[in-house]
Design a protein around this ligand. Structure first.
Ligand SMILES: Nc1nc2c(c(=O)[nH]1)N[C@H]1C(S)=C(S)[C@@H](COP(=O)(O)OP(=O)(O)OC[C@H]3O[C@@H](n4cnc5c(=O)[nH]c(N)nc54)[C@H](O)[C@@H]3O)O[C@H]1N2
Ligand SMILES: Nc1nc2c(c(=O)[nH]1)N[C@H]1C(S)=C(S)[C@@H](COP(=O)(O)OP(=O)(O)OC[C@H]3O[C@@H](n4cnc5c(=O)[nH]c(N)nc54)[C@H](O)[C@@H]3O)O[C@H]1N2
Ligand code: SF4
Ligand SMILES: [Mo]
Length: 712
């Protein structure tokens, strides 16, 4: 049972190690959460000092290097504190008046869809909600999407198809320690969520086994009992092969399949052609390793299948995750306590950011924008006519690709993303941004994208404002204000209100996070992602509340840590198994581009690096873009560690420092995307369902930069 909501919350003690409850004033030592990834580690922030919280299960006392150093950016001299108009400091009134006037003019000439909005999975729930509402109500544009499209959208599409609902981990993270076996495809949590490792270590210390699928011997793969070092872009074949073996070797849980799923027979037939030797030829994973992986999973009493971006960021990511879900269902895992399938979500609010309406096809509460009942409900909350709500817009890459074209948007308002560095085929995206009549960026640093903007709006940072974040478990957490914002910075909510006022609907846009959250609760009520029973007070008292959590009035709903125990969120309550088939990457290797290029992350940097490249201990730990090459490949190319090389693809070329390592396949090279470089090369081929670009595989060539170039 849950503890009842506390009414005396204002009396709770405020000390560096107390659960400081209140949101709207500054507190020394406020209990809050990290600005970066979806683990949302709990931390105390006091006078620029960070210490980890013990009470948040995801990190229970741990932080990674990025978390420990996060406060540095609060005081950084690179911090923006004045609005910029064409590079010149101006007052807030000048900046906002200018933006509103340009929006009005562009709308008058080209219609409402000429103004577009791009959001981010790092924004709080309140901001993500308000941004979606601002697009539809203040701008009346259908053209809004966000960077989460580049993140976990394939997993989201696959689990909606299978389970009817998208909650990244449909179980508390602490369940991991109780599993007897985990297959983790394409995740490197040892670098991307270091405190996550303690859950895996706890599992292994109880005898549980870890299987990792990754083309590289990562720090995570090194922990594994079995590493499947597959060719990039072949996870779908791998999953089909594992499923084939699971059925052949008698691990299918037929009672579970009959009671809790539909479609198993079609799936069984479809994998029959993926016999293990064929899968070995496609993936490079030895048959014996596949059999061992299936045995480990099949014999465990409780087991999990997890995916990360390595398996998901492909033009077939949705089908790949579907195949892994089919494997999990065949083994009888989802909806059983201590077992299941989970997508390890990425950005700070990657989960909440995909629920409240900053997606092109979505309204708050994970509602669909083309569903008449959803439109009616949300329009009523917003006080508008449902007929005035726009329909679905373009997905993230399609939106960026359309900017400044004859039929595309002429203006873009961007909150919480840096696509010049992080979007696929970034050189092209930069030229599209350049073609706009108006680019407005809200940020607290001059990111590469902000540097291109007509107007830059300096915003407050995580520790300077309050709001809720929904972590990778679906646990809604409270970020408390822990520091005063610098004079001159305004919160995104204030910025949106300021613009809405100038567009004639300021009264619909509160700048107070709690007021916005209360409206979000009403807008989400009755939706899949129902937050109506969650309050700031409850989160503070319970270290987070799992959605769905409907408002039951006097008898508080306990929240839902494991939503699928009794039934899945499909009309008949059963999980839907859908047959899928393997296909090649959108671009395969050939004579001209003979190497697979993949990309990802290193421990010290976060995403496009806009934040972490401004923090000294992190740039000391990792200072420049590199490319990993196997020693055999390096020898063929005449390259040694430390040499500058040029990596080329059909989209462009980028230079990097060679890092020769036996931990990568000889046919594959890897580059991190925290610096400009790899996305000049990546392929924007999109998944047909999720519209996810193929970040994780394209064809490339590598050559030495000659001595003259190096001297230059
Ligand atoms: N340090 C750090 N941590 C972060 C972030 C960050 O930028 N930096 N970002 C956060 C966000 S938004 C996200 S989405 C998560 C991402 O977290 P992860 O998914 O763990 O991160 P990635 O490094 O993108 O990819 C994971 C692994 O996929 C492997 N891989 C590449 N191609 C393939 C393939 O075809 N198949 C398979 N199976 N594996 C492949 C890579 O070698 C890499 O080791 O991290 C979060 N945490
Ligand atoms: N090649 C390659 N490319 C990738 C990936 C990959 O694996 N390989 N991964 C993809 C993935 S998973 C992701 S999630 C994307 C992420 O890539 P981006 O969308 O570029 O994400 P960030 O670098 O986090 O950009 C956030 C920006 O917003 C600012 N910001 C942070 N918080 C706030 C806020 O609250 N309000 C405002 N207004 N601004 C804020 C930051 O300072 C920063 O400039 O990259 C994708 N790109
Ligand atoms: S693991 Fe993620 S949430 Fe935790 S400290 Fe590191 S970046 Fe922050
Ligand atoms: Mo992400």
């Amino acid at each position: 049972m849950v503890k009842p909501p506390v009414s005396t919350i204002g009396d709770m003690p405020i000390s560096p190690h107390a659960s400081a409850p209140v949101m709207s004033q500054v507190h020394v030592g406020a209990a809050t959460h990290c600005p970066y990834c979806a683990l949302q580690c709990g931390m105390y922030v006091a006078n620029g000092e960070i210490t980890p919280r013990e009470d948040i299960p995801a990190n229970s006392g741990g932080l990674c290097q990025k978390g420990w150093t996060a406060a540095e950016l609060l005081e950084s001299p690179e911090r923006l504190t004045t609005p910029l108009l064409h590079g010149n400091p101006v007052s807030w009134d000048e900046a906002l008046d200018y933006v509103a006037a340009r929006i009005e003019a562009i709308r008058a000439e080209h219609g409402p869809d000429a103004v577009a909005v791009f959001g981010g999975g790092g924004l709080t729930n309140e901001k993500a909600y308000q941004l979606g509402k601002f697009a539809r109500v203040a701008l009346r544009t259908s053209q809004i999407d966000y960077n989460g499209r580049f993140c976990m959208s394939s997993a989201a599409a696959a689990v909606i198809r299978a389970f009817g609902m998208d909650r990244g981990l449909p179980f508390p993270i602490t369940d991991i320690a109780r599993a007897g076996a985990i297959l983790f495809a394409g995740g490197n949590v040892a670098e991307t969520m270091p405190p996550f490792v303690r859950h895996l270590t706890a599992m292994r210390s109880r005898g549980g086994k870890l299987v990792v699928a990754d083309p590289r011997v990562t720090q995570t793969a090194k922990m594994a009992d079995l590493h499947l070092q597959l060719t990039p872009g072949t996870d779908l074949a791998l999953a089909l092969g594992l499923l084939h073996i699971a059925i052949a070797d008698g691990y299918a849980d037929l009672d579970y399949l009959a009671a809790r799923t539909t479609g198993f027979e079609e799936v069984r037939t479809s994998v029959s052609v993926w016999w293990p030797e064929r899968v070995e030829r496609v993936t490079g994973v030895p048959v014996a390793h596949m059999r061992e992986a299936v045995r480990i999973l099949g014999e465990a009493e409780r087991a999990m299948v997890l995916t990360g971006r390595g398996a998901e960021q492909h033009a077939k990511g949705t089908d790949t995750v579907t195949a892994f879900v089919n494997l999990a269902l065949t083994l009888g895992l989802p909806g059983r306590e201590g077992s299941g399938y989970g997508c390890v979500t990425g950005q700070g609010n990657g989960q909440g950011g995909r629920e409240h309406g900053q997606k092109a096809d979505q309204l708050p509460g994970y509602r669909k924008i083309d569903d008449p009942a959803a439109r009616e409900h949300v329009a009523a909350v917003w006080g508008i006519d449902p007929a005035d709500l726009p329909g679905p817009g373009r997905s993230a890459y399609e939106l960026l690709d359309a900017l400044g074209t004859p039929r595309g948007p002429r203006a873009l308002l961007l909150f919480g993303s840096n696509p010049v560095v992080s979007a696929p085929r970034a050189g092209h995206v930069t030229s599209r941004l350049d073609a706009l009549d108006l680019l407005v960026v809200s940020d607290f640093v001059l990111s590469e994208t902000a540097a291109m903007a007509d107007v830059v709006l300096p915003t407050t940072q995580w520790a300077e404002e309050a709001g809720t974040m929904t972590n990778l478990e679906g646990r809604v957490l409270l970020r408390r204000q822990a520091a005063a914002p610098p004079p001159g910075a305004r919160s995104d909510l204030e910025i949106l209100r300021g613009l809405a006022e100038r567009l004639g609907c300021g009264e619909k846009f509160s700048a107070d996070p709690r007021t916005v959250f209360d409206e979000l609760r009403r807008a989400s009520a009755g939706g899949l992602a129902d937050y109506s029973g969650i309050t700031y007070e409850r989160i503070a008292a319970e270290t987070g509340v799992f959605w769905p959590c409907p408002d039951n009035g006097g008898d508080p709903h306990p929240g839902t840590p494991r939503p699928f125990l009794d039934r899945f969120a499909t009309p008949d309550g059963r999980a839907r198994m859908v047959p899928v088939d393997h296909r090649l990457p959108a671009e395969d290797v050939d004579e001209e581009f003979p190497l697979y290029l993949t990309s990802g992350r290193v421990l010290a940097h976060y995403q496009s690096g806009a934040q972490t490249r401004r923090i000294r201990p992190l740039t000391q730990a990792s200072s420049e873009v590199f490319v990993e090459l196997h020693p055999h490949l390096a020898e063929r190319l005449g390259v040694s560690s430390g040499d500058r090389v040029r990596v080329r693809s059909r989209r462009g070329a980028a230079e990097a420092v060679a890092r020769v390592t036996a931990s990568i396949r000889p046919d594959t090279v890897f580059m991190p995307f925290h610096w400009e470089g790899v996305n000049l090369l990546t392929n924007p081929a999109l998944d047909p369902m999720s519209r996810m670009p193929e970040f994780k595989v394209c064809a490339a060539a590598v050559e030495r930069c000659d001595d003259r170039e190096r001297a230059a």
